[in-house]
Ligand binder design. Structure first.
Ligand SMILES: [Zn+2]
Length: 245
């Protein structure tokens, strides 16, 4: 049994036995892992420290053949405030879903965790939740090796594009002449195009530091979410919940 130390965010806690919890941690070193937290449901127990969802800290874990169990935690920050706002919490849950899938590649996990922490901080500061989760989806694709092609037409390479289209099959902007090649192109207005460029060029908290009108934000978010779903061949359904309210 070895002791390992890793920074991580608790993204799920499940009751387990009479007094224990099973945690899901997104870590920078091991990606998404399950961690047993013994006695963490005993009232007043020190073992509960650091085991609540949306806690970020440095975790010391026992690593065995069968997985990880919690030894201790040094809490660095938490995002419990987000739980009191249903819209913010739902967007946080959506980003955690996407980050979890991307963290299954341990090589990318450190960058994914950093991006998620900046996104949660942006939510906490009151940035528009849809803008934050849309920008997160697009940046996540870039840092995990699926950046959209934005410097010229993804099909013919033309640099001069008066009207911009986005093709999900060609993975990027396409020109007027190439827009019908794959049959899936959508027109991108200048506001959404600028938002895409901003997110792909920005770093850290700057990724989420921009504003869009409601109409442009809607088009930008539709494009960002469709892009990640088509690249990963997966549907993310957490935000559907907000449409039912
Ligand atoms: Zn073209």
């Amino acid at each position: 049994m070895a002791l390992v130390k890793t920074k991580g965010l608790v993204v799920k806690e499940t009751a387990f036995n009479d007094t224990d919890k099973m945690l899901t941690l997104l870590t920078g070193d091991f990606g998404r892992i399950s961690v047993t937290a013994k006695n963490s449901r005993r009232s007043g127990s020190r073992a509960a420290y650091g085991t609540q969802v949306l806690t970020y800290g440095e975790y010391v874990l026992f690593r065995t053949k069968n997985g990880f169990s919690l030894n201790s935690c040094d809490i660095r920050m938490h995002f419990f405030d987000l739980c009191s706002d249903l819209t913010c919490f739902t967007h946080a849950a959506h980003m955690i879903d996407m980050a979890g899938d991307a963290s299954d590649d341990p090589v990318a996990a450190g960058n994914v965790l950093t991006l998620l922490l900046y996104a949660l901080q942006a939510l906490k500061k009151g940035r528009h939740p849809l803008l934050v989760s849309s920008a997160f989806a697009l940046k996540l694709m870039q840092i995990t090796g699926y950046p959209p092609h934005i410097t010229s037409c993804a099909a013919c390479g033309a640099k001069d594009m008066e009207t911009l289209y986005f093709s999900f099959i060609q993975c990027g902007f396409v020109c007027e002449r190439c827009k019908n090649l794959t049959g899936d192109s959508v027109e991108v207005d200048i506001g959404a195009a600028k938002a895409i460029l901003h997110v792909l060029c920005a770093e850290n908290s700057g990724i989420f530091s921009f504003e869009l009108s409601d109409q442009v934000l809607l088009r930008f978010s539709q494009l960002a979410f469709r892009y990640i779903e088509e690249r990963l061949d997966k549907s993310y359904r957490k935000l559907d919940f907000l449409k039912e309210l």
